[in-house]
Design a protein around this ligand. Structure first.
Ligand code: ADP
Ligand code: MG
Length: 403
């Protein structure tokens, strides 16, 4: 993989450099609630601008349906990027149209423009190769060089991630280079004990990684919405908890395989339950009940791990040499269900292990719950991307930078 350092050595003065970033940040109306992903691309954008490039930054945000949708504009992310860079950033209200062309044409050396959301164009995510290729060709007309730095999107075979880097000289930015370096440490020869903590809500997306981790990890701790499909597989009542019924057989197989391989597979022993999902807007007190994990009432749902589980998981993390954590332990957005996630974050902070946090919500949780990012070995900007890397899959956006 050629990196941006090589590009900088060749010189970029006056060149139009297309930076495929991941500015897909959580927003509440016009306010960005966590700007971690914007900060993550700063080293690349800064280095290019300081070297005199004309920097064209592009990204997706959310899942608009292939047409402009003001709910998913990148305008606010663009102005945050400008604040963080400490220099004005031009914003084009389209991606391949007249605004994009005039914004790019108007750039002086060292200036930065941000294009509107790539997914406002159906070509970005199209499954039709020709449609994607056409969009990629139009993007290519805006630049001389491509720098891939949107790690959170490298598992997508999208036009700006997969097709465009084949049309221009392509390099990996600092973020992608760092992320890949860290994930290599988790796959090549990992220091043991290697403990993996999995949680969150996207259960079916994440079960695949367990299949692979059973060959790699020494211990797997399960929390969050994930846990209930496993508890169900063990024959427990899970009430109205998040459940992926069709995955119960897979969970049973994983439990059996873990036992055979001597991988310690740990499930919650107690959980906080309630008959209703908490109000994340008002944060009104939720008054949860604490129950053993094999005694969830049929009309209630599990929303966080309980205090015994927190202690248990902290002890299972204490002697780790390497930790990978993906997915919050509970609905951490509400203070009554944040303690489980806090306890795992604290255990990682206290641990001398090499700790990696992956996942958009997990990374946001670490920051919004007030932890110091520096206390972790690495906080990945890509949830799906880091999981697919650990699963051993070929990531289209990385493969495109290898060629
Ligand atoms: P990440 O983005 O870190 O990969 P996910 O997107 O899979 O994580 O899941 C994050 C979401 O999971 C959070 O919004 C959190 O509220 C939710 N969550 C955690 N535990 C539960 C639970 N027990 N029931 C429902 N949702 C949960
Ligand atoms: Mg998420």
């Amino acid at each position: 993989m050629k990196t941006i350092d090589e590009l900088l050595r060749q010189g970029v003065e006056g060149k139009r450099v297309f930076v495929r970033a991941d500015l897909n940040v959580p927003q509440d109306g016009t306010t960005i609630t966590d700007d971690g992903r914007i900060r993550a691309v700063l080293p690349t954008v800064k280095a290019l601008a300081e070297a005199g490039a004309k920097v064209v930054v592009a990204s997706h945000l959310g899942r608009p349906k292939g047409a402009p949708d003001p709910a998913f504009t990148l305008r606010f992310a663009a102005s945050r990027l400008g604040e963080l860079l400490g220099r004005p950033v031009a914003f084009a209200g389209d991606t391949i149209g007249s605004e994009a062309h005039s914004a790019v044409a108007g750039l002086e050396n060292g200036q930065v423009a941000v294009l509107e959301n790539l997914r406002f164009n159906p070509g970005e995510t199209s499954k039709d190769d020709a449609e994607r290729a056409e969009f990629a060709a139009r993007l290519a007309a805006l630049a001389d060089v491509y720098v891939g730095d949107g790690f959170g999107a490298v598992h997508r075979g999208h036009a700006s991630v997969y097709d465009l880097p084949r049309l221009l000289p392509a390099y990996a930015g600092y973020l992608i280079a760092t992320e890949v370096g860290v994930l290599r440490k988790l796959t090549d020869d990992v220091r043991r004990p290697y403990v993996v903590v999995l949680g969150g809500a996207k259960v079916s997306d994440k079960l695949g990684v367990i299949d692979h981790l059973l060959e790699k990890a020494d211990r797997i701790l399960i929390g969050g919405g994930m846990a209930y499909t496993f508890l169900k597989a063990k024959g427990h009542e899970v009430g109205i908890s998040l459940l992926q019924e069709d995955q119960v057989p897979a969970c049973l197989e994983y439990l059996a395989r873990a036992e055979k391989k001597g991988v310690e597979f740990v499930l919650p022993v107690d959980v906080l339950v309630s008959s209703e999902f908490p109000d994340l807007k008002t944060k009104a007190p939720a008054h949860p009940t604490l129950v053993a994990s094999d005694a969830i009432p049929a009309d209630q749902e599990g929303l966080d791990i309980g205090p015994e589980t927190r202690k248990l998981y902290a002890s299972k993390l204490a002697d780790a040499a390497t930790v990978f954590w993906n997915g919050p332990m509970g609905v951490f957005e509400h203070p009554d269900y944040a303690e489980g996630t806090k306890a795992v974050a604290q255990a990682l902070v206290d641990s001398p292990a090499f700790t990696v946090v992956g996942g958009g919500d997990s990374a946001a949780a670490v920051r919004t719950l007030g932890f110091d990012e520096e206390a972790f070995g690495h906080i990945s900007t890509g949830g799906g991307a880091s999981l697919e890397y650990l699963e051993g899959k070929t990531l289209p956006g990385l493969a495109a930078l290898e060629d």
